[in-house]
Design a protein around this ligand. Structure first.
Ligand SMILES: Nc1ncnc2c1ncn2[C@@H]1O[C@H](COP(=O)(O)OP(=O)(O)O)[C@@H](O)[C@H]1O
Ligand SMILES: [Mg+2]
Length: 312
């Protein structure tokens, strides 16, 4: 199929029409590529982060916990925010100013590893043979040097992999970061992260919570599907928003962002390979390969989840 007239793809957003004209392999590569798709809740979370970043320093800085199930898009939001506030190199001082420092909580909650993660996030070389106190000190002074305006710790639920004692020590370290630096601390993690933070009275008081809730089959969901319809490089108009298709997608994914994205991307690839060039309710028939094991597992976990309440 030779397509020369881009305006033919008027089911697509003008900025994306040219992709629909690409050869199949390129379109599939496009679908598989990493990208950011904005949606209601993600936008609200980003706005909360922006708001915190401009908060004037004071003794007790507000902190934010972004929590939600695995695959709801927490890390995506954090990375998007980090990209919006990239480091700036100062020639004169030779310093990489880094307004937002993002570190991943180590899979075992060891205080020293946390400082190492933060140091690595700031591009510092590893310190060989330093004591814990020294690493903590260097971490603190480097955060000042790069003029960090916010620290974000992702996967905070990793803390729960430790013993009770390790968890207490780790919570102390987090409290230290929140108190000492007078910059807002943001944590991201599952609901378990929220429960862990709640066990520390001081932190519980400090943190506000933002819950990324699973998608409902509602107007916001229609909005998300519409975004997909407008950007996927398919040559025919899809039907994602009709009640049938919507319900099917919602049922297959339990409203988890990562699954919704993967399902639609799989269907889009399929539509290109098969030459159907559109997605509709038939695209989600039995022939579609789905990661069924992970789906049932997560459903079980979600059943066990404690009721939600906001911290603070
Ligand atoms: N805003 C978004 N734009 C594009 N893809 C997203 C977005 N949010 C989530 N995803 C998809 O969902 C997957 C899981 O998101 P992630 O942020 O890692 O979830 P979490 O950290 O909550 O477990 C991502 O790899 C991506 O495929
Ligand atoms: Mg994550």
């Amino acid at each position: 199929m030779v397509v020369s007239e881009h305006s033919a793809f008027d089911h697509l957003d003008p900025a994306y029409r040219r992709f629909a004209a690409l050869p199949d392999e390129d379109r599939i590569a496009w679908i598989r590529a990493d990208r950011w798709i904005g949606f209601d809740q993600a936008g609200k979370a980003l706005a909360r982060l922006d708001n915190l970043l401009t908060y004037p320093p004071r003794d007790r800085m507000p902190c934010l916990l972004i929590y939600g199930d695995t695959g709801m898009g927490k890390t995506k939001i954090v990375r998007k925010f980090e990209r919006a506030h990239p480091p700036k190199f100062c020639q004169v001082k030779g310093v990489d100013y880094r307004p937002v420092v993002v570190a991943q909580v180590p899979s075992e909650p060891i205080e020293r590893d946390l400082y190492r993660e933060l140091l690595a996030a700031m591009g510092a070389p590893a310190i060989a043979g330093g004591t814990l106190a020294r690493e903590k000190d260097i971490c603190r002074s480097l955060l000042r040097t790069v003029e960090a305006k916010m620290i974000i710790l992702d996967e905070v639920n990793g803390m729960l992999a430790g013993t009770f004692r390790q968890q207490r020590i780790f919570l102390n370290a987090i409290r230290f970061l929140a108190n000492d630096l007078r910059i807002p601390l943001v944590c991201a993690g599952t609901d378990l992260a929220r429960q862990a933070l709640l066990t520390d009275a001081q932190l519980a008081e400090r943190f506000e919570a933002f819950h990324l809730t699973p998608w409902q089959n509602d107007a916001a969901f229609v909005g998300l599907l519409k975004s997909f319809e407008r950007i996927l490089p398919l040559r025919q108009a899809s039907d994602l928003m009709s009640a049938d298709t919507r319900t099917r997608i919602h049922n297959l994914t339990s409203g988890v962002t990562a699954r919704i994205f993967r399902l639609i991307e799989t269907a889009a690839e399929d539509a290109i390979r098969s030459g159907r060039e559109r997605i509709d309710v038939e695209s989600f028939g039995d022939g579609l390969v789905l990661p069924l094991v992970s789906m049932t597992q997560t459903r079980r976990q979600r059943g066990k989840r404690a009721p939600h309440s906001a911290i603070a």
